[in-house]
Design a protein around this ligand. Structure first.
Ligand code: ITT
Length: 198
């Protein structure tokens, strides 16, 4: 079966394809199909709700089973912010660098032991034949650094420390092996295997 990746985020497409292909799941983008997926209002209050909204829209639009990723960073000292609003943290005008600067300033003066955070990812797959959607979730725990380090990954990765490296200092393989997205997609594959014999 061929799946569409229901996302507009190029970095997610790179990571999702990289993780999904070796798991034996064939996934294409809207561009591969010569289409452009409509924008979806992410009105959910959880990662799982937003992943469902994006997958349902892409499935209806393309007629293919659709896999969406909703993800974000949850910072304990900020009571869970930015959370489901991670892509929009600080407003539409900010890019990744601006959001990272904002996060650093919000955590100014917070000591290392209180800078704990996790990345969360919900994967939802909606099928065109009406069978029940599949949802799987994954997390990666770490702490927020006091300055940016590394060139890899995307988004908040230069600030997110696991062990002695930021995620942006990890290789792709190192990130995928422990990431929220890797964990969620592997859990998704296991459910799919159980249901479809994949
Ligand atoms: P789509 O909705 O089109 O998939 P999006 O970027 O708007 O793209 P989300 O609403 O799920 O996606 O927001 C996810 C944000 O969380 C993303 O833009 C990053 O800022 C952050 N994020 C998620 N996973 C990340 C990762 O692996 N590394 C760094 N930042 C990540």
């Amino acid at each position: 079966m061929r799946y569409i990746m229901a996302t507009h985020n190029k970095d997610k497409i790179i990571e999702m394809s990289r993780i999904i292909e070796p798991l034996g799941i064939e996934a294409v983008t809207d561009r591969d199909l010569g289409l452009e997926l409509p924008e979806v209002d992410e009105t959910g209050t959880t990662f799982a709700e937003n992943a469902y909204l994006k997958a349902a829209s892409a499935c209806e639009f393309t007629g293919l089973p659709a896999i969406a990723d909703d993800s974000g960073i949850v910072v304990d000292a900020l009571n869970g912010a930015p959370g489901v609003y991670s892509a929009r943290y600080g407003g539409e005008g900010l890019d990744d660098k601006g959001r990272n600067r904002l996060l650093l300033s919000e955590l100014d003066g917070v000591p290392r032991e209180k800078r704990t955070a996790h990345y969360a990812c919900a994967i939802c797959c909606v099928f065109p034949d009406g069978r029940a959607p599949i949802t799987a979730e994954g997390e990666m725990h770490g702490v927020i650094a006091t300055d940016e380090r590394g060139e890899g990954g995307f988004g908040y990765d230069p600030l997110f420390v696991v062990g002695d490296k930021t995620v942006a200092e990890m290789t792709a393989e190192e990130k995928d092996a422990i990431s929220h997205r890797g964990n969620a997609l592997r859990a998704f594959r296991d459910i799919l295997k159980g249901e479809l014999g994949l």
